[in-house]
Ligand binder design. Structure first.
Ligand SMILES: NC(=O)c1ccc[n+]([C@@H]2O[C@H](COP(=O)([O-])OP(=O)(O)OC[C@H]3O[C@@H](n4cnc5c(N)ncnc54)[C@H](OP(=O)(O)O)[C@@H]3O)[C@@H](O)[C@H]2O)c1
Length: 316
């Protein structure tokens, strides 16, 4: 597996990051262990986690799995959506300490704000993160699900106050959810931010399995039913799965490879509930995505509107 540079952190990580959201939930401890081993065997050294995944069990399982070789892997966790909700100084400190305990480590390599909290001034959030960084409890900080203006505002404040900036961002990005192309990914390129994008397979929708009546996350998870509720999302998924089948490629392989090919993206975060599912996503590491194929796939979906309404200077 190739490695990629993670923005300005100086770290090099595997070009696929494995997301542990299934650990302790869709995947029991034994399956989680098998997923972890399959990732390690394939050369993955980058694991994304959060305090909210499976009520903390994901962190506990990941912590047990990395024991004995902790410094061979680069791990993340997140706060603001777990038991201590929000982005205040108090909740960030409590969340981080609980995550360190569950993971059984004394440092988290990359610590994310999971969502923006509009009730807390960014100065307060950034000071809390700076305190964690100065104490050596986290090495780098990032944010997930922030709008581009929120990231830019935060890093402006960090520069002014002498706090560590957000060096890595974690937006949703896949063939159906392409909003990040408008502001977030251009910002990341302009500011040399690392980008680890989540949901490359649109939570499994892009496999096309729901067209065939199969079960999965969408059968039970109302958040995902809502997130991907528009009819055209399902039309794109069906067209994409047929496109992949015509070319003899697993749709998950193609979906992950498509996200990975965006020049702003450092590593897509892949997810699976079984080793069999995982294989198709891991295969994306060796898939050669030509610019022509990338454009053909993009044309199966809708290109989001540009950030400003004046089109004549944009070649639009
Ligand atoms: N920051 C955030 O807010 C946020 C949000 C979501 C995820 N994440 C991170 O990103 C990671 C990946 O996200 P994701 O799980 O949504 O990624 P994804 O690649 O879009 O979806 C993965 C899901 O698709 C289904 N799937 C995967 N491979 C398949 C295959 N070969 N055949 C059929 N179905 C398959 C499985 O769900 P089913 O079997 O249930 O259908 C699997 O759990 C997470 O683990 C987490 O670390 C972050």
């Amino acid at each position: 597996m190739k490695t990629r540079r993670l923005g300005r952190t100086g770290a090099r990580v595997s070009e696929l990051c494995f997301g542990t959201m299934s650990f302790g939930g869709d995947a029991d401890e034994a399956v989680s262990g098998a997923l972890y081993s399959a990732c390690r065997d394939a050369g993955v050294d980058f694991f994304d986690c959060a305090d909210v995944y499976a009520g903390g069990r994901s962190e506990e399982i990941l912590g047990r799995l990395i024991k004995g070789h902790r410094d061979e892997v680069f791990i993340t966790s997140k706060c603001a959506m777990g038991p201590h909700k929000g982005a205040s100084r108090r909740t960030i400190r409590l969340s981080c300490e609980a995550s360190l305990r569950r993971l059984g480590v004394d440092r988290i390599d990359l610590y994310f704000m999971h969502v923006f909290d509009e009730t807390v001034p960014l100065e307060e959030t950034l000071r809390a993160l700076e305190d964690l960084r100065a104490a050596g409890k986290v090495a780098h900080i990032g944010c997930s699900n922030y709008a581009a203006w929120q990231i830019a505002k935060a890093n402006g404040i960090a520069a002014r106050e002498g706090f560590a900036p957000f060096e890595v961002i974690q937006p949703m990005y896949n063939l159906i959810k392409r909003q990040a192309e408008v502001e977030i990914l251009p910002l990341a390129m302009a500011e040399d931010l690392g980008v680890i994008s989540y949901g490359p397979g649109a939570g499994g929708l892009l496999t096309g399995k729901y067209v065939q009546g199969a079960d999965g996350r969408f059968s039970v998870n109302q958040d995902y039913q809502k997130r991907y509720g528009d009819a055209w999302f399902h039309d794109v998924a069906a067209a994409f799965a047929a496109f992949a089948a015509d070319r003899g490629v697993h749709p998950m392989t193609l979906a992950v490879a498509w996200a990975k090919a965006h020049p702003a993206i450092s590593c897509p975060i892949i997810g699976a509930r079984s080793v069999e599912q995982l294989r198709a996503s891991l295969d994306a590491a060796n898939f050669d995505m030509s610019p022509e194929l990338h454009a053909e796939i993009a044309a199966l979906s809708r290109t989001p509107s540009p950030a400003t309404d004046r089109l004549e200077e944009q070649g639009g």
